[in-house]
Ligand binder design. Structure first.
Ligand code: ATP
Ligand code: ATP
Ligand code: MG
Ligand code: MG
Lengths: 253, 253
């Protein structure tokens, strides 16, 4: 059974895209077949994988039913890692779909059509920094949610709002949606703020908090300018190693 | 004439909220009267100033015409700095307003009603990480746009898209909208990536790039947990000083 994981958080800049790319690559090197879906109109996951975005092709064609997964999928530089490129035109979708009935289930329908997901062990969906229609579509289509949490005050503040939204989606549209885990990103143990956030989250979330902390590591932010996951740019850096550990944890949950 | 500055960038986590709060405080200590408007449903600018957000009061009442600026404004801990708290309900506004005519001008109308802005030298508008209706409303109402740019690859990649949107707003709804400036945030000169981004922006933007670079400084990220601008938390840190310099530059433009 394909696991569809939405990587979501309405707080901006917390490491959603970096997680989709590097967790995706780390799962693929474990001999798994992984598909990345770029649901963010910024199309950062697309360029971070060295692919071209489009105005209305790629994910837009998938959501509007113009084409199936099989027709849209492209290879990346990592064996076992495929992707459907993002569309800048997704930004207008919120308004275009606003009055359609079933507007929250476009992605779920597209993925259920045909045997599109046969053969993929994991699908990772990169969400935009909002709780609008694109993120809701991702949560409705997903089997689980991964929540990257930056070790900062504002990120912590937004967590309860995100959990409420996940609960609402589970109640209204997707009763099987489970929280795969929350994990800390850009973590620097030397900073008191980071340690405080970690303690706070551990006491509130218990089990849901994953063991792996993704450290702040400049190699993770350099890799996208080469269109590669960190493991192809610098496989021995702390960033690459931490995403391999995260992949291990995701596989064992 | 009141200067209305939208602080915008669809890329998440680049320092929009941190700029609105700390630039606002820095302008206020220069004996200016400043009003902060929190147009982000995350309401981070509201909590970062130690204020309470609401579900549908505050900015939502302003946009829907329920109340004027005079009725909604509250004091902050900084003399000369006022704010209208954010509303979590703004998240639903994109869909609620989608079919209304003039949906892009709700904020502009609200600010033009009555003498609401008399007495303020500056209005700073904190925008959400998207180019949707809330950001467009802010750009239509603004006299100028300030663009915080994180010294990272994805942030640089999104800049041209942001400039296109500003051009479109200028063409369709607000011909006086000018770019007040682009400035680097979370800048660490020891990192090659940061220097590369700085060089790249300088060669493309020339004049629009502001002299002041906001350094990465942990005190800026600690201050919001106390509900204070950095200058009330640690006035001598590099973060506070850099925002005072930025205020000097904004005042002289
Ligand atoms: N662990 C890390 N260490 C250092 N830099 C990181 C790390 N994770 C991400 N970054 C960098 O921080 C920035 C924000 O990360 P990213 O773009 O992945 O976040 P996001 O949540 O996808 O942002 P958005 O909300 O805009 O979609 C990027 O420039 C990225 O390269
Ligand atoms: N110069 C800086 N040095 C260190 N930390 C910073 C700096 N500027 C902002 N931060 C921290 O980085 C995070 C992102 O900043 P901020 O929330 O202001 O960005 P934003 O663009 O408003 O994000 P969003 O897109 O979610 O609205 C926050 O936790 C903030 O405290
Ligand atoms: Mg992203
Ligand atoms: Mg913000």
């Amino acid at each position: 059974m394909t696991r569809i994981l939405a990587v979501a958080n309405q707080k901006g800049g917390v490491g959603k895209t970096t997680t989709v790319i590097n967790l995706g690559a780390s799962l693929a090197v474990n001999d798994l077949d992984v598909l990345v879906l770029d649901m963010d109109p910024q199309t950062n996951a697309t360029s971070g994988l060295g692919l071209e975005d489009t105005e209305r092709g790629g994910m837009m064609d998938l959501l509007t039913g113009e084409a199936t997964v099989g027709k849209l999928v492209v290879e990346t530089e990592v064996e076992g890692l495929w992707a459907i490129p993002g569309s800048r035109g997704l930004a207008g979708l919120e308004i275009e779909l606003a009055s359609e009935s079933g507007r929250e289930s476009f992605l779920a329908h597209a993925l259920r059509e045909s045997e599109s997901l046969n053969g993929y062990d994991y699908v990772l969906v990169d969400c935009p920094p909002s709780l609008g229609l694109l993120t809701v579509n991702s949560l409705v289509a997903a089997t689980g949610v991964l929540l990257p949490l930056q070790s900062e005050y504002y990120a912590l503040e937004g967590l309860s709002h995100l959990m409420d939204t996940i609960g609402e989606v589970r109640r209204l549209w997707n009763s099987d949606l489970r929280i795969e885990g929350v994990f800390l990103t850009m973590y620097d143990g030397r900073l008191r703020l980071a340690r405080e956030v970690a303690d706070n989250v551990a006491s509130h979330l218990g089990e849901s908090l994953m063991e792996t902390k993704i450290p702040r590591n400049v190699r993770l932010s350099e890799a996208p300018s080469y269109g590669k996951p960190a493991m192809l740019y610098d496989a021995y850096c702390a960033g690459s190693k931490s995403y391999l550990r995260l992949a291990g944890e995701v596989m064992s949950r």
